[in-house]
Design a binder for this molecule. Sequence first.
Ligand code: SF4
Ligand code: SF4
Length: 369
Amino acid sequence: MLYKEFGRTGQTVSRLGFGGMRFERPEDKDGMAAVVKHAFDRGITYLDTAPIYCDDKSEEICGLAIREMKKTGRPFQVASKTMAATRDEVRAQCERSLERLGVDAIDFYHVWCLVQPEDLPQRAKLGVLDAFRELKEEGLIRHICVSTHLEHDKVGTMLDQGEGLFEGMLIGLNALNYPLRYPGAKAAMDRGLGVVTMNSLGGGVMTEYADRFSTLLEEGDTGMVDAALRFNLSLPAVTVALVGFRNEQDVDGAVAAVERFRMLDERDIARIQGEMHEAHKDFCTQCGYCSDCPAAVPVVRLMDAYNRRILEGPKAAMDQMKWHWWTPDVEKVLEACVRCGQCEADCTQQLPILERFDQLKRDYQEFGS
Ligand code: SF4
Ligand code: SF4
């Protein structure tokens, strides 16, 4: 296993993290807790969970495992999150998580799911950051972190609104969305934060459509997990890469991939990105050159959804807008477009963005909600 200092926290964490959002049988809490304990025995010490995950059973499953992990006397860290938008709700959720996890303090507690630039200022106004500060002062949480879906330079701006509290950041980053998210990871590193990546395997897309991403593979790889972890763990800004484990086989596969890890250098990363773009000319690369829309249409997010459409069909595109970008009403978002053509003129991939908008609108009428 590989280990690394987590930002400036003084904590040392395993670089492969247990993502507790994909247990294959959440109703079998003891069986799934055994998967967590197995991962701990294989050297994984960073455990990420949250309320809601796995029919709201993930924290309880992790709590059962933690009771066993404590008996070993070996160190580990647990991360959880809250989307609560008021001071009192943050405290209530934190207390509930502490109880379910069976710990005196949560090591990394996240302000969860910041999707729009206004989300953090709004929550701060309602006392959320004050609540986090108090929980830390009382020793109920050790480090204040943030979990975000923001893109490009919006992340740095958001971090600077955090009143100097943030010590870590969770962000969806992988070889497919590197141009979209790496600037944010780097902004966090530059501010001394530890960075944890979620969606390290592209939300399962990279393993499911491995033939489309074969350019990532190297000799000796046994599958896309090797390639995805090699990519993320080679990025200087990344501290931990999470994998959402379903079972012990998943754990063993990822641990073996980390044991075979070979660090990519800057040139390798640039080459891989170039090859990816070459192999996926129909894909939006998420570069963000079209972000300057006079009508504030979220072109990058819509084109990300269209990428999903190419891989998995129209329903997946609508799900991406709804669950990843928290923008279910695609038709309403598209209404703002005045069809000036500026985004198409700026597009580095010369994508027919307006045609794709029309398609997404039709998809919304059929599959949206
Ligand atoms: S065509 Fe629409 S989305 Fe593109 S820049 Fe103009 S208003 Fe924005
Ligand atoms: S400029 Fe083109 S490729 Fe880049 S994010 Fe916008 S739509 Fe995607």
